[in-house]
Design a protein around this ligand. Structure first.
Ligand SMILES: CSCCC(=O)C(=O)COP(=O)(O)O
Ligand SMILES: [Zn+2]
Length: 199
């Protein structure tokens, strides 16, 4: 958790890094962090994530009530549902990397990752013998409807480190921005391994 100023600086830095890696092209993606006071700082809609300044963020409460002027990310509802579900998470990151996009179109309703040492990047995993299943949801321009499908799945399954939206991208999160970044990086690596292994 953090102050608004720290959250904006941290997310802007992640945005620059993710853009340099090709994970948030052409204004794609959105980034948020929970603040000390329980509010959420989130990127405004349509902003370039490689060039975020403090005016590119706004605050919302976790029910979606805007606390600043302007238009939040079109996908704010997906972020806020995660903050409401898990009080312990402090950061949600959404990326549109080529690997996440391609693998989400090649697989069915989920992707299973097993046998990789890097699975230990996820909280609670201490062996490569673990198995992590990430759900893949069909894309939908109706975010409340998509959010309802995500919530229904999360209600019935153990918490995954992230989920994919088909042909769209990745959602991942963590207790803070460092953990969420680690999860994004680990998932990208694992998607690449899966794609290389199944060419
Ligand atoms: C140009 S990407 C299409 C919208 C999208 O999927 C996304 O992640 C960015 O939306 P936002 O409203 O957060 O800018
Ligand atoms: Zn998106």
């Amino acid at each position: 958790m953090s102050t608004l100023e720290t959250a904006r600086d941290t997310l802007a830095s992640l945005g620059r890094d993710f853009h340099a890696r090709g994970w948030v092209p052409a204004t794609a993606g959105n980034l948020s962090a929970r603040l000390d006071n329980g509010q959420v700082a989130m990127t405004r809609s349509g902003r370039h994530k490689g060039h975020l300044g403090k005016e590119d963020f706004m605050r919302l409460d976790t029910l979606g009530q805007p606390l600043d002027e302007g238009t939040p990310s079109a996908e704010a509802g997906l972020h806020l549902a995660l903050y409401r579900r898990w009080p312990e998470i402090g950061c949600v990151l959404h990326t549109h990397s080529p690997r996440a996009t391609v693998i989400s179109r090649r697989r069915g309703k989920h992707i299973t990752l097993s046998g990789y040492e890097l699975l230990k990047a996820f909280d609670g995993i201490d062996t490569h013998e673990a198995e992590v299943a990430l759900p893949i949801f069909d894309n939908d321009q109706d975010i409340p409807r998509l959010g309802a499908r995500v919530n229904a799945w999360l209600d019935r399954n153990p918490a995954p480190p992230g989920y994919l939206i088909r042909g769209h991208g990745l959602y991942t999160w963590g207790r803070d921005a460092i953990a969420a970044e680690r999860h994004a990086e680990a998932l990208e690596f694992l998607f690449e391994c899966e794609l290389l292994a199944n060419r």
